[in-house]
Design a protein around this ligand. Sequence first.
Ligand SMILES: C[S@@+](CC[C@H](N)C(=O)[O-])C[C@H]1O[C@@H](n2cnc3c(N)ncnc32)[C@H](O)[C@@H]1O
Length: 230
Amino acid sequence: MSLRRYNPYYRWLFPWLLDRVSAAVADERRDLLAQAQGVVLEIGAGTGSSFHCYSAAVDTLIALEPDVSVMRLARQQLGKMSLTTQVKTKLLLADAESIPLADNSVDTLVSFLVLCSVPQPQHALAEMHRVLKADGQLLFFEHVLADDPKVQRWQHRLNPFWHRCAGGCQLNRETAELIQQAGFSLQYYERYQHHSFPRLVGQLISGVATKASVTPEGRLVNEDADYDSG
Ligand SMILES: C[S@@+](CC[C@H](N)C(=O)[O-])C[C@H]1O[C@@H](n2cnc3c(N)ncnc32)[C@H](O)[C@@H]1O
């Protein structure tokens, strides 16, 4: 990660590309993040595209981002927002695989187009589960392995190249399954093809998850969920 600081692609072009992608999903971001409240931890906050979506129901936003160059833009983004529209925000230079926060300290977790890029998403999700309060919620929006087998084949073929050029992003993750395996229960779940994204990254999942209940024997119980796999 540290060598990226000196690579012009990651220093200038990649943050710029992130902003362009963000613009395409502005409505989805606004609708999902309107549900955030209390102490919010946004992992992989990027250039701060979410900052303006948080309402007064948010006490504190902790914007975690491991990339210094990207965080520089997030700081600029905060500076551009007027004090009246700003939620109290702390920028946290850290990795989602090792979150420097106490257990059960967060009301809302946000992962918006991040779990595709985290090297070991299972580790990040375990950490997210640890810091989330028992009655907290995870808001997620991610691109995943396509439903269409033809697109899947291209995702598998191109992934080794894509991964190197797109900041570690993986085209073919099954993120909804990873979220559930980490001990979350999907309360609301949508799965759809985005009309303006290329098909390689156009299969999206979005939803709200909570900590799954655990039986006395330690088994996870998946509660009833409002599924729309549309
Ligand atoms: C596609 S960008 C999305 C940024 C932002 N969430 C948004 O919606 O604009 C993926 C982000 O994940 C971050 N990321 C990559 N690995 C990470 C890790 N291990 N922990 C936390 N964030 C990570 C990247 O630095 C980048 O900012």
